[in-house]
Ligand binder design. Sequence first.
Ligand SMILES: NC(=O)c1ccc[n+]([C@@H]2O[C@H](COP(=O)([O-])OP(=O)(O)OC[C@H]3O[C@@H](n4cnc5c(N)ncnc54)[C@H](OP(=O)(O)O)[C@@H]3O)[C@@H](O)[C@H]2O)c1
Length: 235
Amino acid sequence: MRTGPAVLVTGGGRGIGRAIALRFARASAFVAVAARTRREIEAVADEVGRAGGEGLPVEMDVTDLDTVERGLARTLEATAGVLDVLVNNAGVFSIQPFPELSPATWYRMLATNLNGPFHVTLLALKGLEQSRRAHVFNLSSIAGRQAFPGNVAYCTTKYGLRGFSDALRLDLAERRIRVSTVYPSATDTSIFDGIPGEWDRARMHRPEDVAELVWNAYASPPEADVADLELPPRA
Ligand SMILES: NC(=O)c1ccc[n+]([C@@H]2O[C@H](COP(=O)([O-])OP(=O)(O)OC[C@H]3O[C@@H](n4cnc5c(N)ncnc54)[C@H](OP(=O)(O)O)[C@@H]3O)[C@@H](O)[C@H]2O)c1
């Protein structure tokens, strides 16, 4: 029988989401691993099982409210209606100086990085309300606090997610649902694959560093200040 929390991680198929799924698995969590690539979410759900938790692969495109609804229904069916932790982690990144920024890139980034967390949080709320220790994590970025060249679309979404997260915290406080915004700096994942530029991956954080930050906030006492979780660049 499961002893840990019931968790949903979007973008759980690789990178930071996978690391967060596996960190909660070590605490005997049930983890719904949500993303679009079936092969990856199945592999991570298996890893969750081997790490001490229970994994459920959930096919979900966070831009599409119908798939989010079906994914939440599957998740809540498996957890008797309770969701303790929601990690809004699914996100996309690209670098395009503004004159080259296409409407398609702009719309895709807003749809994934902003509409996505809105869709998932809206439909997860009834599960979170059933939890005695509910916590929502929103993966913003250092680019949600500071601008970078070629990042007009990405910074817009990550600054926007900061606003979403700060305002959500106020609205969910009386329901005792904690809300944390996570601001990682560069972390070595597939998000940098194919991105032009010189990326010194060895100097980046590991996805496990972000996962530990999230886990520690979840495990902290209810009165702890967990609003902003920052992971500054490595020295
Ligand atoms: N890596 C960094 O340096 C860094 C720094 C700060 C913040 N972040 C943020 O951290 C989060 C995770 O990044 P990462 O580096 O782990 O990226 P990643 O390795 O590219 O993984 C992204 C995950 O999101 C999923 N995803 C993308 N679009 C989706 C959609 N429409 N619906 C459902 N899932 C979707 C992907 O799966 P599918 O493609 O299979 O759907 C994948 O599992 C992102 O929000 C990112 O902006 C990353």
